[in-house]
Design a protein around this ligand. Structure first.
Ligand code: SF4
Ligand code: SF4
Length: 348
């Protein structure tokens, strides 16, 4: 176990949270009817760190559903104002699939022209991840070599693993290590804790039963089966609601709108999440639409993530979180579609 690792008894979590809240905005999953959602914690609010998935991933703290890029005012010339960015934020209880998705976002919003809005927030955000011990039938993170129910050194500032009455906490950065520097609050990690962590993760891995085999060969496999009947069959069920993309931790598409005041001298430019599954997403002038039919839209979502993304970003665009299948009201599940093409079970 690393030097920067400690044990926090669950009976002391409240005290630790109170200390965090003195210094940071803290966001964490809380129960929300039958689901879970990441919420900013008020003093006294209890997070729920034992969960399978949240409806909307923590991407919303880095790339909000709607944000003002700038507001403007016409005076003698034109004054433009950038928005103020939030306080340092701890996002607590991020599952490995969502932490991996943030690493993918870093690539998407990085590059030669980094997105300043994203990076302001990213640098202001401390990721406290938690190993996932409750995967369900929609999870397929074990398909990917760099994913699975825990994280290996990268992608977090602090990593928690639930050992029943305690968490083992491992720092992955200086900022993470600062969160576990409260004398008297933490205990030393023992060999028994290390063994318990290993056992918990082995059990979690066994629970991830759904798998896409041969991930490396996937782009070529998908290209070969672009015209397979399964896509038309699944597209007939799709209602183009966009839920699969809005809930996806790696989807990043947005459109921009200008909102002008009636005086035509003031206004703001806002960017809003968009979805390639919506009819007008690929519509251009004169009503031309590059993806008019549902099959083209459905295939675009899956092919972009699993076949084209590696060429565009050098990584896959999926972490196997299972949201797209879990929240699809038409029961469309790309792991099942690919298994159908292969003539195999999704439990490869
Ligand atoms: S695949 Fe499912 S979630 Fe996605 S747009 Fe179609 S119906 Fe909605
Ligand atoms: S494509 Fe589906 S399984 Fe993959 S990251 Fe997005 S929501 Fe999760």
């Amino acid at each position: 176990m690393e030097k920067d690792a400690v044990i926090l008894l669950k009976s002391k979590v409240r005290h630790w949270l109170d200390l965090l809240l003195e210094k940071y905005v803290v966001c964490a999953p809380v129960k929300n009817k039958a689901d879970y959602k990441f919420t900013e914690l008020e003093p006294g609010m209890e997070p729920c760190l034992s969960y399978t998935r949240t409806l909307i991933p923590p991407k919303k703290y880095l790339h909000p559903q709607q944000e003002t890029l700038f507001s403007y005012k016409r005076t003698d010339g034109m004054e433009a104002q950038l928005p103020e960015f939030e306080k340092k934020t701890v996002v607590l209880g991020v599952h490995p699939c969502d932490a991996r998705a943030i690493q993918i976002y870093d690539v998407v919003f990085g590059g030669d022209l980094p997105d300043i809005y994203y990076w302001h927030r990213r640098k202001n955000t401390i990721i406290v991840a938690i190993s996932c011990t409750e995967p369900d039938e929609n999870c397929f993170c074990m398909s990917f070599s760099d994913c699975g129910p825990t994280l290996d050194k990268k992608g977090y500032d602090l990593l928690l693993t639930d050992l029943g009455d305690r968490y083992v906490m491992e720092a992955g950065s200086l900022e993470g290590s600062m969160l576990i520097q409260h004398p008297g609050l933490f205990d030393r990690v023992t060999d028994a804790d290390i063994q318990a962590k290993g056992r918990a993760l082995e059990i979690a891995k066994l629970r991830v039963r759904s798998k896409i085999p041969d991930i490396k060969g996937l782009p070529a496999f998908l290209e070969r089966h672009y015209e397979h009947d399964v896509w038309a069959k699944e597209a007939k069920k799709c209602v183009s609601c966009g839920a699969c993309t809005m809930t996806c931790p790696t989807c990043f598409c947005y459109h921009m709108e200008d909102f002008n005041r009636f005086n035509l001298s003031e206004g703001e430019r806002v960017r809003i999440w968009d979805s390639c599954q919506l009819f007008d997403f690929a519509e251009v002038a004169m009503g031309e639409n590059f993806r008019r039919d549902r099959e083209a839209r459905l295939k675009w979502r899956i092919y972009h993530k699993l076949a084209y993304w590696p060429e565009q970003f050098g990584t896959l665009g999926c972490t196997g979180c299972g949201r797209c299948a879990h929240y699809c009201m038409a029961d469309i599940d790309m792991t099942r579609s690919m298994a159908e093409i292969r003539g195999e079970s999704i439990y490869a």
